[in-house]
Design a protein around this ligand. Structure first.
Ligand SMILES: CC(C)(COP(=O)(O)OP(=O)(O)OC[C@H]1O[C@@H](n2cnc3c(N)ncnc32)[C@H](O)[C@@H]1OP(=O)(O)O)[C@@H](O)C(=O)NCCC(=O)NCCS
Length: 261
């Protein structure tokens, strides 16, 4: 029986435990705080990341450093190797992935919005995640008409105004999570598949419109972290039962320093 995942406030990264075969862990991490001291960041990140950070304007640089630090700390926990020794590559489509030399079937994906980053880690195959801050003003009916399927748009239209916004964000984040799971990003038309239904629900592809081969059945679901953010994940195969964790980047860094010196 499917259970709605409830976020756990973990008190150390170690409390998250291992990522066993078939496991899916989702982390919502606050990255809005102060950057860790530079020497600490340099201990965690690769030379490429540090060089890239130097090319960014100050605000974006701090956020980039914090996000990459969080990604590496969590990967280091699951892989049990130092954060800096992890080799992350981008696939030709831009999706970041672990280099095969790590000999682990861990897949990951991330999404940043506002002051948070949502990270998904899976040993149940590929994964895509998406997070959106809910309070952004937008012309929801106009965007929905463009990116929803006809069925989804009909559902959207029937809802009272007060419910349209949350339905919009649910469908939007599920669609982006799916596109990021299959690695295609927004080059694929978002109205070419449907993601509505009880959580988690299989995506239904309209053949011909997707223009890419998708052989696996993909499942999309929502992660009820924080009412300010709408979070979704997508996985191939059977629906998984993800565990949810919520921390801040500063807390993760200090826990790591405390444990690893
Ligand atoms: C991937 C994409 C959907 C991201 O959408 P977004 O809402 O702006 O951003 P999010 O915060 O949700 O996700 C960004 C993260 O997704 C990951 N990502 C990038 N490309 C990806 C892909 N093809 N598939 C899955 N994940 C991808 C990265 O980790 C990225 O963060 P990073 O750059 O800090 O490492 C969007 O950039 C896209 O469609 N890219 C495809 C390529 C494309 O169309 N490029 C247009 C310029 S030519």
């Amino acid at each position: 029986m499917w259970r709605i995942p409830v976020p756990e406030i973990v008190h150390s990264i170690a409390a998250a435990g291992e990522l066993g075969a078939g496991d899916v862990h989702l982390w919502l991490v606050d990255v809005s705080g102060q950057s860790p001291p530079l020497h600490t960041t340099a201990d965690f990140l690769s030379a490429f990341e540090l060089a890239r950070a130097e090319t960014l304007p100050t605000g974006k640089r701090d956020r980039y450093l914090r996000i990459r630090t969080v990604l590496r700390l969590l990967l280091a926990h699951y892989l049990r190797i130092p954060p800096r020794s992890i080799v992350i590559r981008n696939e030709p489509n831009g999706k970041p992935t672990l280099a095969t030399r790590h000999h682990m079937d861990i897949r990951f994906n991330l999404s940043h919005t506002g002051g948070v980053v949502l990270l998904g880690f899976s040993r149940a195959g590929d994964i895509g995640v998406d997070a959106e801050r809910r309070n952004r003003p937008a012309d929801f009916p106009k965007i929905a008409r463009r990116i929803f399927s006809d069925n989804e748009y009909a559902c959207f239209e029937q809802l009272p105004d007060a419910q349209q916004r949350s339905f919009f964000y649910m469908v939007w984040t599920r669609k982006e999570a799916l596109l990021k799971g299959i690695g295609r990003g927004l080059r694929v038309p978002m109205n070419a598949f449907e993601v509505t239904g009880p959580t988690p629900s299989p995506a239904r592809f309209q053949s011909g419109m997707l223009r890419i081969p998708v052989h696996d059945e993909w499942y999309v679901g929502d992660a009820a972290f924080d009412s300010d953010y709408c979070c979704a994940y997508a996985l191939p195969g059977l629906p998984a039962d993800p565990r949810l964790f919520q921390r801040s980047e500063g807390e993760l860094c200090s826990e790591w320093r405390h444990t690893h010196g």
